[in-house]
Design a protein around this ligand. Structure first.
Ligand code: ATP
Ligand code: PAF
Ligand code: BAL
Length: 273
């Protein structure tokens, strides 16, 4: 079993013209896992054909982040795409996506400055710029994004509505390991002990989802967890605005375990249901 793979703009344009019916794009940075598979399956359920992009986007990495070390197991990724019946993989190199120095970029606005944006300056500018380029190059009818990266999903939705991209964003629920840890390409950085420590993140979210005081419930679990360096624990409304006094809300966590930065989030309800 193989999957069609293109790397240049010309190859992509030709392959795109040969796709019939509706197209769903699954943008990724590769190192594919079950979370990506859920995105691919959601794409297949929505559209006639599925395109996966694999590109580790330098523009969204800070100078001290893991761009160089980010895993790039391309042949395993292609096997997985073939097994999932993906129609086309776009796996460009840096020069294809950025043929000259970038000058014009997409401003994510105030939502890009908080949470992940506060810890990773320039991150959402990099994400929204490359996502815009992928939307122009692939011209999908749908694009799937995981709820694991909730702020990214929220900002991509704003990008599409504020800048009138003619496509629909499909959110995909977070896929977890059986012990609760959210699947992430960065989980491979964790050793056995760190992996055990990192379970406090999903335990905190679970406690929060079951409590009328989500913030306090999560804090209690995290305070009792050695080895977790909390970056933020934030309660917001579902669109990442200020949390309501009661009702539907979102709880988001970012934490470092060793040198690995992990993020996760859950819907919560403030007050008694
Ligand atoms: N556990 C998951 N469940 C659902 N979707 C996911 C999951 N993990 C990643 N995705 C989604 O897959 C897409 C590509 O993500 P990416 O390639 O960055 O993988 P990742 O595992 O999030 O990597 P990283 O750990 O580097 O953030 C994004 O839309 C992301 O939200
Ligand atoms: C959306 C994305 C592929 C843009 O580089 C990346 O941020 C990711 O993998 O979530
Ligand atoms: N999963 C979002 C991309 C990143 O962390 O760089």
């Amino acid at each position: 079993m193989t999957v069609r793979v293109v790397a240049t703009r010309e190859e992509l344009a030709k392959a795109r013209a040969e796709l019939s019916g509706t197209v769903a794009l699954v943008p990724t940075m590769g190192a594919l896992h079950d979370g990506h598979v859920a995105n691919i399956r959601a794409a297949k359920a929505r559209a006639d054909t599925v395109v996966v992009s694999i590109f580790v986007n330098p523009l969204q990495f800070g100078p001290n982040e893991d761009f160089e070390k980010y895993p790039r197991p391309l042949s395993a990724d292609l096997e997985l795409c073939a097994a999932e019946g993906v129609d086309l993989v776009f796996a460009p190199n840096r020069e294809v996506v950025y043929p000259h120095e970038v000058s014009v970029t997409v401003d994510p606005g105030p939502l890009g400055e908080i949470l992940e944006g506060a810890s990773r300056p320039g991150f959402f500018r990099g994400v929204l710029t490359v996502v815009s380029k992928l939307f122009h190059l692939v011209r999908p009818d749908f694009a799937c994004f995981g709820e694991k990266d909730y702020q990214q999903l929220t900002l991509v939705r704003r990008l599409v509505s504020d800048l009138d991209f003619p496509l629909e964003i499909v959110p995909v629920p977070t896929v977890r390991e059986s012990d609760g840890l959210a699947r992430s390409s960065r989980n491979v950085y964790l050793d056995t002990e760190q992996r055990a420590v990192s379970l406090a993140i999903s335990r905190a979210l679970k406690a929060a989802a079951d409590s009328p005081d989500p913030l306090a419930a999560a804090r209690e679990v995290l305070d009792a967890a050695p080895g977790i360096a909390l970056d933020y624990l934030a309660l917001t409304d579902p669109a990442l605005g200020p949390a309501p006094e009661t009702g539907a809300a979102r709880l988001l966590i970012a934490a470092k375990v060793g040198t690995t930065r992990l993020i996760d989030n859950t819907p919560v309800h403030i007050g008694v249901k």
